[in-house]
Design a protein around this ligand. Structure first.
Ligand code: BGC
Length: 453
């Protein structure tokens, strides 16, 4: 049962300046995929392919945020949050990814930003949350070197358009996620596989992230610039040398690959053939300087630790995961282990890089099999989850790690990528037939919790 249901922490313990927010992303929430001049994204196209999304879910309408943003922002405010993190759909503002801008698309984000400001919500803009314009994918997407230039133009358009109103910017959302799932494993859009796609996609993403930071710095006075990384503690299944080495390899890909070049260290140079290939393919040694950007903050997004064992049959990585279900440990509806101690340890690990100035938890949340009954969603497990994770975060803060904010993933149930609509992460329940919103008990829990922030 839920050991933490009794409130064990208070928001005020995090201090007056600590920021409490919700996070969401354009493709997962907006819908309105083909209105007012928006161009298609890779997800619009990918979702039409047979068998790619569970139960054939499509992001065409999602939560209809495009038309309901006022209500949804009001709900965010009503739950007591003070930060709203959202992303800009690249193909809504630049329908072909480059070239001409779309006035109506640009106007939409002005309306969202203005509404936030009016309600007293601080907007945090994510520039890239996985929805590449399909027009650019036709040119090779993240595998094409020109994407650095295309991305810089997108950032320029957004910075010039919104930079006087918005000071908080997140360049990239979880690069390890979209490059591996979309360009190696084929499970996410655009559905590409193999090293020939993965190696250039990694490098161009690293380069574009730093470039995006530089564009923002040049164009937005007093900007507070960050970028997010997914992170997972990687734990060897046994004490054997083979399992330990397997964990080391997975750790490079899961945790080190993107942050180390951003911090100016270049790619991890450990004894791992994959890294040699990455360097060689991209002549990466030439770019150490350009891969570096002095971010004001990093966003960490931790959903689970990963236990791995040596597996000779797995190409390149020679490791496989021992799932939480197999290990019979507490896990979410995604099968992701719930482990707040591991959350604490991974934050500490990133903090110990030394030149990280501020950390934000830019996403934290969990999916459970929520049931709406008589207008109530009693999601005690989600409340318990947030309580445990916040407790761990507080410990990190007390030990001097400069953690400045916690953004719940996510405001409302939405299009959960390849999982479609069945997997619910929201603090607010959405009926996707009627678009009716129902605040879950976890939403009310946050409201009560934040009253004392
Ligand atoms: C992504 C979100 C996603 C969440 C849960 C994160 O990796 O940034 O878009 O919905 O995980 O899967």
């Amino acid at each position: 049962m839920c050991a933490y249901l009794k409130n064990t922490i208070t928001a005020s313990a995090f201090g007056k300046d600590f920021l409490w927010g919700v996070a969401m992303a354009a493709q997962q929430n907006e819908g309105a995929w083909n209105v007012d001049g928006r161009g298609p994204s890779i997800w619009d196209v990918f979702a039409r392919r047979q068998g790619k999304i569970k139960e054939g879910g499509k992001p065409t309408h999602a939560c209809d945020f495009y038309y309901r943003y006022k209500d949804d922002l009001l709900l965010t405010k009503a739950l007591g949050f003070s930060v709203f993190r959202f992303s800009i759909s690249w193909s809504r503002v630049l329908p072909e990814g480059m070239g001409r801008t779309n006035k109506e698309g640009l106007a939409f984000y002005h309306k969202v930003i203005d509404e936030c400001i009016q309600l007293g919500l601080t907007p945090y803009i994510t520039l890239y949350h996985w929805d590449l314009p399909q027009a650019l994918e036709k040119e090779g997407g993240w595998t094409n070197h020109n994407i650095i230039k295309w991305f810089a133009r997108f950032v320029t358009v957004c910075a010039e358009e919104y930079g006087d109103k918005v000071k908080n910017w997140i360049v990239m959302n979880e690069p390890a996620g979209f490059t591996s799932l979309g360009y190696m494993l084929g499970k996410h859009a655009p559905g590409k596989t193999g090293l020939a796609n993965f190696l250039p996609a990694i490098h161009h993403t690293v380069m574009a992230t730093a470039e995006g930071g530089r564009v923002l710095r040049a164009l937005v006075p007093n900007a507070h610039i960050g970028t997010t990384f997914s992170c997972s503690e990687i734990i060897p299944f046994t004490d054997t040398e083979e399992d330990k080495q397997a964990a080391k390899r997975v750790d490079i890909l899961a945790n080190r690959l993107f942050i180390e070049p951003a911090l100016g260290r270049g790619y991890p140079r450990d004894d791992f053939k994959f890294m040699e290939k990455l360097e060689m393919h991209n002549h990466a040694w030439k770019y150490t300087e350009r891969m570096h950007f002095n971010f004001d903050f990093i966003g960490l997004q931790n959903y689970f630790p990963v236990v791995v064992k040596y597996n000779a049959l797995m190409p390149i990585i020679q490791a496989s995961e021992v799932k939480a279900v197999t290990r019979k440990v507490p896990h979410t509806a995604m099968g992701w282990e719930i482990n707040a101690d591991s959350f604490y340890r991974i934050i500490k690990r990133f903090w110990l890089y030394g030149n990280v100035k501020e950390i934000f938890i830019t996403e934290s949340g969990a999916a459970f099999k929520d049931k709406l009954q008589n207008g109530v969603v009693n999601d005690a497990e989600r409340i318990n989850y947030h309580q445990q994770y916040l407790q761990a975060l507080l410990k990190a803060k007390h030990e001097g790690m400069n953690v400045k904010g916690y953004f719940a993933w996510t405001l409302m149930d939405n299009f959960e990528w390849a999982e479609g609509y069945k997997t619910r992460f929201g603090l607010i329940h959405v009926d996707f037939n009627t678009q009716l919103r129902t605040i879950k008990n976890s939403g009310y829990w946050f409201r009560d919790f934040l009253q004392h922030s």
